[in-house]
Design a protein around this ligand. Structure first.
Ligand SMILES: CC(C)(COP(=O)(O)OP(=O)(O)OC[C@H]1O[C@@H](n2cnc3c(N)ncnc32)[C@H](O)[C@@H]1OP(=O)(O)O)[C@@H](O)C(=O)NCCC(=O)NCCS
Length: 319
């Protein structure tokens, strides 16, 4: 049986930190409100002129350098982002050029905050099919570009960042099961409807979110997809060493863990430090947990994503 195994991880966070106290100066909010409703204390925000491709490049280099990986072994780049540098070419192509990886295929895919789950599933399918042996998978978002810093409903929740993993074909178990879902009827609840038309931006260039609707959807679908994946693999919640959920809100994370009967000391939490970094959230949390020696080789881990679309999914992995 052919598996794909995570052989390296990396991440990047912009230098600038926006704390809850900084936000108190921008909108009518408080550190107490943000902390109690979301668990977020701070988020990182790109510097002026810093782009999605810059963050992707630093995260990719961090993965490559973390294991002295020979970058010329990479034979495809799959990038999840909702905030590409340009409409085209894709940000994956910009990254491919900057890494000096001539002629390997590179493309972006977009599934909002579930993007990394869609990207790792896609890369895994290529590897399992035998088409490619090594994939660089990047989740990256400059969500601050779409945030209205006068809208307290959204501006307190999101931050910028990038995470990367290198997947390689292996005879040993690695990614065991992926499951993805979408429900396009949820488009109204979480969107950036702005688009270019005839040389102008039409509709709303900033994020719109119905927080309560998204909250309910997230807990319901994250619990369901995790249960389904564990059942398919013949495992129970007790077999799981770590849950690495999308880092949107500590209350969503805690409610999901509660539904799954997984204690919080088996759940990776970085939302307090990063906020919701969209497609970067899961690989950032994964890299953090590996670098801090929480997740170790041989552990059974589950990655979970949820976001606009609606979209959601999970991957069960023997690390
Ligand atoms: C947004 C969210 C934190 C709000 O929490 P909540 O428990 O639903 O909010 P509450 O009902 O306690 O409070 C709502 C009130 O707080 C106010 N409020 C909203 N943002 C606020 C802020 N930053 N500071 C202070 N007050 C705020 C609202 O205006 C509302 O006031 P009103 O009752 O006078 O109309 C929560 O719904 C959430 O996290 N949803 C999911 C969002 C998400 O994760 N999206 C991305 C998924 S990928």
């Amino acid at each position: 049986m052919q598996y794909s195994k995570i052989v390296a991880t990396g991440s990047y966070l912009p230098e600038k930190i926006l704390s809850n106290h900084d936000l108190e100066k921008l909108v009518d909010t408080s550190d107490e409100w943000i902390t109690s409703r979301s668990g977020i204390k701070q988020r990182h925000i790109v510097a002026d002129g810093e782009k999605t491709s810059d963050m992707a490049y630093h995260a990719a280099l961090s993965a490559i350098n973390s294991s002295n990986f020979d970058k010329f072994n990479i034979d495809i780049i799959v990038m999840a982002t909702s905030s590409p540098d340009m409409i085209f070419p894709s940000t994956a192509c910009l990254l491919q050029n900057r890494l000096g990886l001539t002629h390997i295929p590179a493309f972006d895919l977009q599934a909002a905050c579930t993007g990394f789950l869609y990207a790792i599933t896609t890369a895994d399918a290529y590897i399992k099919s035998g088409m490619y042996k090594t994939a660089l998978v990047v989740g990256v978002d400059t969500i601050s570009r779409f945030i209205d810093y006068t809208d307290r409903n959204t501006c307190v929740l999101f931050g910028d960042g990038a995470g990367a993993v290198i997947l390689q074909a292996s005879e040993e178990p690695g990614i065991l099961i992926n499951e993805l879902h979408a429900d396009g009827s949820g488009d109204w609840a979480l969107n950036v409807s702005g688009h270019m038309y005839n040389g102008q931006i039409k509709s709303n260039p900033y994020m719109f979110m119905d927080g309560k609707a998204v909250f309910k959807m997230a807990v319901k679908n994250l619990s369901a997809v995790a249960t389904s994946v564990l059942n398919k693999a013949g495992y129970t919640n007790e077999d799981l060493d770590w849950l690495v959920p999308h880092q949107a809100n500590i209350r969503i994370i805690e409610a999901t863990a509660d539904h799954l009967n997984i204690p919080m000391d088996k759940v990776i939490v970085t939302v307090d430090m990063h906020g919701n970094t969209s497609a970067a959230s899961v690989p950032l949390a994964l890299d953090d947990a590996i670098k801090n020696q929480k997740i170790k080789r041989g552990d059974l881990i589950m990655l979970e994503g949820v976001g606009a679309g609606y979209t959601w999914g999970a991957s069960l992995i023997r690390y």
